[in-house]
Design a protein around this ligand. Sequence first.
Ligand code: GDP
Ligand code: CA
Length: 339
Amino acid sequence: MPTLTAITVLSGGHGGAKFVQGLLHGVRSGALPGVSPEAEITVVANTADDIWLHGLKICPDLDTLMYTLGGGLDHERGWGRTHETWSVKEELEAYGVEPTWFGLGDRDIATHLVRTQMLEAGYPLSAVTEALCRRWFDPALGRSVRLLPMTDDRVETHIAVADPEEPSGRRVVHFQEYWVRLHASVPAELVVVVGQEQSTPAPGVIEAITSADLVVLPPSNPVVSVGTILDTPGIRDAVVKTPARVVGVSPIIGGHHVRGMAEQMLASIDVEPSARAVGLHYGARAAGGVLDGWLVDTVDADAVPTLEGAGLRAAAVPLWMRSPEATAEMAAAAVRLVS
Ligand code: GDP
Ligand code: CA
């Protein structure tokens, strides 16, 4: 089998970042069959979670990826910086400035300040991201890991929730308000990605997909992470047509998400929260979908025949990302599945 030297991952924040961290560990330690230890990894990140707050551009998924891979993520919280302090947040609250529900840490704010300044000076988000990543990636990872926003355009996911006070019976909130303030505790009736139709992929994204040796859909949210990346005009088509193999890893284990709100998001598009249903939702490339292979957890092994019947290669292996080593084994199984 030829040696794989270029891997592209379409990622959300937490689940995707943990996967990429394990993938990187597996690649560098030579534990991935047929993958060069020097393989380049390109991560295309969801940016539809982005929000402007207090005049600052916040990119939660890009930052989770950047901090995780650069060793600066607070793992206990699962987002934001290590050794964080909250003085600015407290001072904003003392002024009674809304919104108060979004966690803006002091260290994290430095990232948002640099990003916002560069955007206002006219740099596109992709160039800003590259500049920010230099601090985090260059010392440990060099230039062999690249982080690209899915688009440089402003695209923001909004969620419609029931509100009997409104004449329409519905209210639309920004994705961050749904997740952070409402804790995804009410059903998401509709997911609307504002600005998506007019958006174009950021420089390098299409090429990263079409020139890769392997494309991976990590265990990220299938609707508001991977879904929004695929729905950026041109990206799904590139995944369908790439000569690379495309393999995905289920974020659903035993009928539940591990963390986050994939269950609520899947309900909004009438997809059952199961590893089987998510695999079928992505679909086999042979049948107009985006996948060649789909990994499910061992507890979901009974889904394998159905998935195979739909034209996918499928296998059941442990999918809990307990450590970079365990995640590297998952990544190895994913590579093996489509080799
Ligand atoms: P977000 O942008 O921070 O919400 O992160 P992602 O979209 O990248 O990932 C969220 C998904 O990661 C959720 O649907 C979780 O079920 C999934 N996830 C988190 N931890 C694990 C794990 O250990 N194993 C698997 N298979 N999925 C996980
Ligand atoms: Ca996200």
